[in-house]
Structure formats: structure tokens, C-alpha cells
Design a protein around this ligand. Structure first.
Ligand SMILES: Nc1nc2c(ncn2[C@@H]2O[C@H](COP(=O)(O)OP(=O)(O)OP(=O)(O)O)[C@@H](O)[C@H]2O)c(=O)[nH]1
Ligand SMILES: [Mg+2]
Ligand SMILES: [Zn+2]
Length: 362
């Protein structure tokens, strides 16, 4: 593909995307990456500068679910106008990965967080945000999306070093293969350690509760305070988010980072492999359950329940697994029902329109 420039390669357009490019149907379209998602518009770039973008009507009309819209990090086919000051997004390229979560509250739908992420940093502040169950929730979401997780424990300056070591150990005891690193945004050498985790042309995202220091870290990585962070306030300000939209930043080192607003509620959608990968010791045990379709709740001959009884499996971890498993099944069923209803509604509209047309003609 002769049109492919080094610019998009530097933005992370690798062999996988090359192989998934529909080069025959380009028809004047260029490949660009979504750098920011705003309310009704986007910012894209094909390497040179950021360009304002909107969606082509056809994409909007044919969209039937949130996944049909571009997310930050997406690669798209776009047409550029007016000396590259305006562009129209025509199609979304296949995604290597897609991070999504259930919309907060009772609503059964999901939101896109980011696309084509290679590594997700789960940031937890060690002073008051550290929580194993929430960490497991994030891991399920990340594993489900085929993304590599790394845990960053922030604000290490606020507690004694022994407590920092103990927190890392607590995670490692249960998930020995997980990469865990502590840091403080106030330490230059810690910043170097985090920088050491970043590789050029790879895309990273920062996930975690509000106030844990994601944007502060990003500003430190950039080397200037480009983005707004939150002033330290009392607990009552928990709900206020400093970061309100999603943007992809290319660092001087060539790595790309997406900052996200803190999530108050992390609802996972239907998760299958995500649960299995996060709770692999439960999966191992379940191979010895008497029944193939054992739900590990009441069954006789359940190896998971026996391990629990013997104290070989953490009770809290077990309960979190069962809880997320139930949620996942519930969300999937409700979503299927919702889609079914939407489809029926769509059919009804079409029928009405058809009758209307017949009537109009007569
Ligand atoms: N003591 C200490 N404070 C920190 C550290 N990192 C960030 N902070 C402070 O924590 C507050 C919140 O930081 P932000 O970077 O805005 O947090 P955020 O995760 O981006 O929050 P949202 O955008 O709301 O999701 C700010 O006042 C920071 O100065 C750290 O390592 N140590
Ligand atoms: Mg922020
Ligand atoms: Zn079982």
C-alpha cells in the first residue's frame, strides 16, 4: 500500500492493521486515527495535524449499537477536505481490541471506552482507593478485551514503604503473573520507572477511580501540565471528575496514552473469557467438579466449594467471581431481550412506513 506513510506507522498502524486494510475500496479515502471523541464530533489525524471530523450520514443511519460508532483510538477511513481542516469519517477499520463497559445504573447498554489499546494501566491510589475486588473487576474487563493489564499503585509517598510492599504482595499472592508497580507522582525516579513500561508505537490507557492521579501521571509523562487535574479536596468531592473526555496523546517517546475519566461504577457487560482469565485458579478447580455445567453454588461434588471449605480459596474472591458471573449472565440476557425488542420495533416502523407509502400513492 503506497499511500501508507511512516506517519501512521508511528501512530501505531502495524502489520495487523495493514493486513486488515481494505485497500481495494479506498476510493480517495485516507486512513486516520481517532485522537479524541467529543459530543457530536471527533478529532482525527493521519500523522500531520489534528483535524476536525464528523461522521458520514450513512454511518449514522446504519448504526444499531454503540460499537458502530468510532471510539478514541479507532482507525478509520476518512475523506479530508479544505486543505486538511475538515474530514468526514466513512468507515471504522476492524479493531484489535475494544474496551467497553456497561452504562452506569440499571440501563442495559454499554459504552465504549477506547479502541485498539495494547496495554491498560489500572491505577489505584494506595492511601484510600486500594481495593482487590475492584481490581478484579477491572481485570475481567481488560482480559475480556484481549488487552494486557498492568497495575499501577499510586501515591506511594503517602504511606510507609512496608505498607507499599505489603500491598504489592497481597496482589501477587493471588495473581502471581500480574505486573504490579507502585509509584508516586512526586518522585522523578518513579516517573522513570513508569516510562520504562512504555514502548513507542504502542497504545496505553489509564483506568481507575477519580482522583487516583491518572492525569497527573500523564502530565508528568508529557513533561508539562497540559491537562487539568483536581486540587486535593476532602472526601465530599469524590463525585467530581477532573477529566471529562477521552483523548489520545502521543508522547515524545513515541508511546501513545489515553486518559479516561474516573469511573464511579464499573459494570462489566457479558464477560466470559475475562472472568476465566482473571480467576484462573477457579477455572482450574472447576475441571474437577462432578458436573460439567457446575455453577459452583450448590452442586454436589463441586471442587470449587470444597476448596473454599478447606480454606484454599479466598472467600471474598470466590464471592466476587460468583457475583460477576451472575451479573454477566443477567446483562447478556437483558441485552438480547432489548435487542429483540428494538428489532421488533424497527420492523413495526418499517411496516407502518410501507402502509403509509401505499396510502400516499392511492
Ligand atoms: N500525594 C500524592 N498526590 C497525588 C499523586 N498523584 C496525584 N495526586 C493528587 O491527586 C489529585 C487527583 O489527581 P488527578 O490526576 O486529577 O486524578 P485523576 O485520576 O485524573 O482523576 P479524574 O480525572 O477525576 O478521574 C490531585 O490533587 C493530585 O495532585 C501522588 O502520587 N501523590
Ligand atoms: Mg483525570
Ligand atoms: Zn463446581
Amino acid at each position: 500500500m503506497d499511500k501508507m506513510t511512516n506517519d501512521i506507522v508511528d501512530l501505531g498502524f502495524d502489520k495487523w492493521f495493514q493486513d486488515n486494510t481494505d485497500s481495494e475500496n479506498l476510493e480517495g479515502l485516507e486512513i486516520a486515527r481517532v485522537m479524541a471523541v467529543h459530543k457530536d464530533s471527533y478529532t482525527v489525524t493521519s500523522g500531520k495535524q489534528d483535524v476536525f471530523a464528523e461522521l458520514v450520514g450513512k454511518l449514522v443511519y446504519s448504526a444499531t449499537s454503540p460499537v458502530d460508532y468510532p471510539a478514541v483510538g479507532d482507525w478509520v477511513y476518512a475523506r479530508f477536505y479544505d486543505e486538511n481542516t475538515l474530514s468526514i469519517i466513512h468507515r471504522i477499520m476492524p479493531r484489535k481490541s475494544l474496551l467497553k463497559r456497561k452504562t452506569p445504573g440499571k440501563k442495559i447498554d454499554f459504552q465504549l471506552i477506547a479502541a485498539n489499546i495494547d496495554v491498560a494501566f489500572i491505577v489505584q491510589a494506595m492511601d484510600d482507593d486500594f481495593n482487590m475486588r475492584r481490581l478484579e473487576r477491572y481485570l475481567v474487563m481488560i482480559h475480556e478485551s484481549n488487552i494486557t493489564p498492568i497495575v499501577l499503585l499510586s501515591k506511594s509517598d503517602l504511606l510507609p514503604p512496608e505498607e507499599v510492599t505489603e500491598k504489592i504482595r497481597e496482589i501477587k499472592r493471588i495473581m502471581p503473573h500480574l505486573h504490579v508497580q507502585s509509584f508516586s507522582n512526586k518522585s522523578q525516579s518513579d516517573l522513570k520507572n513508569v516510562q520504562g513500561l512504555l514502548n513507542p508505537r504502542m497504545t496505553y490507557c489509564l483506568l481507575g477511580s477519580s482522583g487516583v492521579g491518572k492525569t497527573t501521571l500523564l502530565n508528568n509523562l508529557i513533561g508539562e501540565s497540559v491537562f487539568k487535574t483536581k486540587a486535593v479536596r476532602k472526601k465530599d468531592s469524590k463525585g467530581r471528575h477532573a477529566t471529562t473526555y477521552r483523548q489520545l496523546i502521543k508522547l515524545g517517546s513515541g508511546a501513545m496514552v489515553i486518559d479516561t475519566p474516573g469511573m464511579r461504577e464499573l459494570g462489566n457487560f457479558s464477560v466470559d473469557t475475562g472472568l476465566d482469565e482473571t480467576f484462573d485458579e477457579i477455572v482450574d478447580l472447576s475441571k474437577q467438579c462432578q458436573f460439567n455445567d457446575c455453577t459452583h453454588v450448590i452442586e454436589k461434588g463441586c471442587a470449587v466449594l470444597s476448596a473454599l471449605e478447606r480454606g484454599e480459596l479466598s472467600e471474598k474472591r470466590y464471592h466476587n467471581y460468583i457475583k460477576m458471573n451472575k451479573e454477566s449472565v443477567f446483562n447478556e440476557m437483558s441485552y438480547l431481550q432489548k435487542r429483540q425488542k428494538d428489532k421488533q420495533f424497527g420492523k413495526m416502523c418499517k411496516t407502518i412506513m410501507k402502509h403509509k407509502k401505499i396510502k400516499d400513492r392511492t
